[in-house]
Each structure stands twice: as C-alpha cells, then as structure tokens.
Write a protein that binds this ligand. Structure first.
Ligand SMILES: CC(C)(COP(=O)(O)OP(=O)(O)OC[C@H]1O[C@@H](n2cnc3c(N)ncnc32)[C@H](O)[C@@H]1OP(=O)(O)O)[C@@H](O)C(=O)NCCC(=O)NCCS
Length: 218
C-alpha cells in the first residue's frame, strides 16, 4: 500500500507530474504554467488544498486536548489503534467510501486490511480512532511518516455520528500523542468541496497552502 492518499493528495502531487495523462494537469495555483494553460482554454475542473500544522507552543496542544476531551465526555473512547484493528478500520472506510469527494488530486482507495496492518506494525504508520460505548469504531484517522513531517492518509467518520466532533477529535488525539513522541510538523489535504474536512483541519490549527488546480484540456 502506498502513501500519498487523498487527505494528503494535493501535497502528493508534484509540479510537472504527468501521471494524470495528456488531458489533465494538476498544478499549484501559483505555478507559472497555470496562466498560459487557462489562456489556451484549459478549465479548472476541481480544486484541492494542502495544509500544514506546525506546533510551536503548549497552549496549542492544550486546545487540541480539549477537542479530544469534548468527545470523551460524550461517551467515546479516543485512542491509538493497534495494527490488529485494521479490519475494523477498513470496514468503516469501506462503508463510507462513496462519501469521499473524488478529484484527480484527491482520489481515495479503501486500503487492503492486511497491507494496512503491516504498515501500522512495520512501517511506522499510526491510526487513532473513536470507539463508541458499544465498541464500534466510529471514526478513524490514519497517518504516515513523510520527510520531516507526519502526513494524514485519510480520516473518516461513520455517517450516523457525523457533525459531533469525532473527526476533529481523532485528528487532535493523533497530534497530541505524536507531539509527545517529538513530532512537530503535520500535513493534510483534501478536495475543496469537502467543507467538513476543511473545517476540522482549520479548527486544529492547520494552515492552508496555495490551492492545487486540476486543469482539463479543452
Ligand atoms: C469529513 C468527515 C471525516 C468529517 O467528520 P465529522 O466527524 O463529521 O467532523 P466533525 O464533527 O469533527 O466536524 C468538523 C467540522 O466540519 C463541520 N461540518 C461537519 N459536517 C459538515 C457539513 N456537512 N458541511 C459543512 N460543515 C460541516 C463541523 O461543524 C466542524 O466545524 P467546526 O469545528 O467549525 O464546528 C466526514 O464527513 C466523512 O467521513 N466524510 C467522508 C470521508 C471524507 O471525505 N474524509 C475526508 C477526507 S480524508
């Protein structure tokens, strides 16, 4: 299983990337090739964003811990998940797969459970989840080491319990725990149409980078 999923998708698209074929270019909005392509009649098919969170002070960590506590107060356990829980992670993700907005730069593939288990056990990946009172995994975020930061592969919440802060809480729990292990820089991203994802990340203190444009040939 390869990293560079859609939550980190825009960050995973590199300038000059030709993996999208002749009819599509995924370029950062400040790339000098954008204006000439638009002038030639290429159109913006979709937009995606990348964002970075740089931890600088303990007050930030305290705010993140408070987001975790809010969800715990509602009855969820928020915790790091073991590699053996990969089956539950994949089952939840498969249930929600149709809800991911798909753009060329942010496509999401439901991971294979065995490959995810191996990545969590052997490749230094992490998963944090919110487990409901009946033991159901209701939200999860999966992260992986990338250069000098920790990137998010995907985050998902069970449909019936969305809008209660679970995605924000599992992402906050990840940052708090990984900060305790010495990590200070985090990356994420997503489709511009995914307002809930964007809001959750802004609430956590992620700062948006220039957008990525998917440009379609006329
Ligand atoms: C994106 C997703 C993970 C959000 O999960 P969630 O548990 O509902 O998120 P939260 O409850 O933590 O809410 C996050 C923020 O989005 C807002 N929000 C939630 N649902 C929203 C919606 N449908 N429209 C607009 N804003 C919304 C919340 O108010 C909150 O903002 P706030 O902190 O400013 O109040 C969930 O919608 C999902 O699983 N979608 C399918 C998979 C996906 O797209 N994942 C993201 C890309 S990896």
């Amino acid at each position: 299983m390869s990293a560079g999923g859609h939550d980190a998708g825009p960050a995973g698209a590199a300038a000059g990337d030709d993996r999208f074929g002749d009819d599509l270019r995924v370029l950062r909005e400040d790339d000098e090739r954008v204006a000439p392509l638009l002038a030639e009649g290429w159109t913006v098919e979709s937009e995606s964003w990348g964002a970075r969170l740089q931890l600088t002070d303990d007050a930030h960590l305290a705010r993140l811990a408070a987001r975790v506590d809010q969800v715990r107060a509602q009855g969820w356990r928020v915790e790091r998940l073991a590699p053996e829980q990969s089956g539950s992670i994949v089952a939840l993700d498969a249930l929600c797969a149709v809800d991911y907005p798909s753009t060329p730069a942010t496509a999401h593939d439901v991971p294979d459970a065995a490959e995810l288990e191996s990545a969590l056990a052997m490749s230094g990946w992490w998963a944090y989840g919110a487990v409901g009172p009946l033991g159901d995994l209701d939200a999860v975020t999966v992260l992986y080491p990338a250069d000098a930061r920790v990137d998010t592969l995907f985050t998902v919440t069970r449909r019936a319990v969305r809008g209660r802060g679970l995605a924000t809480a599992v992402k906050a729990a990840a940052v708090v725990d990984l900060a305790a292990q010495g990590h200070r820089m985090f990356g994420t991203g997503g489709a511009a149409v995914n307002v809930a994802s964007l809001r959750a990340n802004e609430a956590l203190g992620y700062v948006l980078e220039p957008r990525w444009l998917s440009l379609r040939k006329p």
